[in-house]
Write a protein that binds this ligand. Sequence first.
Ligand SMILES: NC(=O)c1ccc[n+]([C@@H]2O[C@H](COP(=O)([O-])OP(=O)(O)OC[C@H]3O[C@@H](n4cnc5c(N)ncnc54)[C@H](OP(=O)(O)O)[C@@H]3O)[C@@H](O)[C@H]2O)c1
Length: 379
Amino acid sequence: MASSLSLLRQNTFLSATLPTTRPKPKYASAPGRVRMSLQENAPTIAVVGVTGAVGQEFLSVLSDRDFPYSSIKMLASKRSAGRRMTFEDKEYVVEELTAESFDGVDIALFSAGGSISKEFGPIAVNRGTIVVDNSSAFRMDENVPLVIPEVNPEAMEKIKVGMGKGALIANPNCSTIICLMAATPLHRHAKVLRMVVSTYQAASGAGAAAMEELELQTREVLEGKPPTCKIFNRQYAFNLFSHNASVLSNGYNEEEMKLVKETRKIWNDKDVKVTATCIRVPVMRAHAESVNLQFERPLDEDTARDILKNSPGVVVIDDRESNNFPTPLEVSNKDDVAVGRIRRDLSQDGNQGLDIFICGDQIRKGAALNAIQIAELLL
Ligand SMILES: NC(=O)c1ccc[n+]([C@@H]2O[C@H](COP(=O)([O-])OP(=O)(O)OC[C@H]3O[C@@H](n4cnc5c(N)ncnc54)[C@H](OP(=O)(O)O)[C@@H]3O)[C@@H](O)[C@H]2O)c1
């Protein structure tokens, strides 16, 4: 069985972590393929946290989308400084993140945790860099746009590379992005008054170490051994439990409150009622969410299905006859969020409510892809 780290990093660039038998990655220049991304007049980029799960996915998405750059800095902690990695046929050395790292950098993609963002985000901005931050450090700061490009690109319309000053843009929480990719097109049509979200969140949302532990525990339990419990302090394999985020005095955990607060900010709607229950399930990669919606105006299920079929970044998998609906496995390593189980909520009058089920890869659309789509809007 492949290790979970290798599962997570199938598309990664760190030669030191890759098995020697690893097949050539799909983004390495195929013979005859002309790469458009390395260009003299394109922006200079830095990836902060490049050795991590999201950092590695940044590189994969940059390459997949031929994002234009004239140079790219690979930044991580002191521990990784000096490690070599190959990206688009060029060798790079990972550098330790310091204040000077941002000199001459146009766009910095941050995914090294909230404390690093809080410390180095403002430093980068002062040096004229536009920071796209994956942590929760600045999401609720009213001066920082919180953006899903398919939903509220207007929130960052004034921020562009070449405007002569730095800026911060926040990437929303992965569960919020996946939920709003499907809920927003319906909200635009019928206005959501209340939304009830139940999540089924994968190990990968807690990083590579959590994935490794899930795989290790699965083997241990099948062999009748006691499971190793380091990341979550409890058995994860063949189990599920309330999300590991801290529980607040109101009884909600931080992950649930992110869904509540971020939805209001992204929709610019202080009155929308949102409640959430976030659960970790023993799935390796990609989150699932059950979402119940109550609308101001009627919206029948056929119209909702048509709206979703025509929404960018969304695919509909809703085959009642074959009982075939979205699954985390199907959306893993994919850009699109999948929606199914689209049905009228019988507990509400007429067509005022719908139930939907969504699956999305939270490292991809929930983190790296969304951040790079934001970076594309800066050009
Ligand atoms: N995993 C997800 O699905 C997901 C989704 C959305 C957002 N996020 C957010 O993205 C961030 C990273 O998550 P991840 O899952 O990629 O974590 P991860 O795999 O643990 O990677 C953490 C990265 O941060 C770097 N780092 C740690 N301390 C540092 C320091 N002092 N200076 C510079 N770099 C430092 C690490 O470098 P070393 O290798 O040198 O330690 C590594 O590159 C977190 O804020 C997380 O909340 C994650």
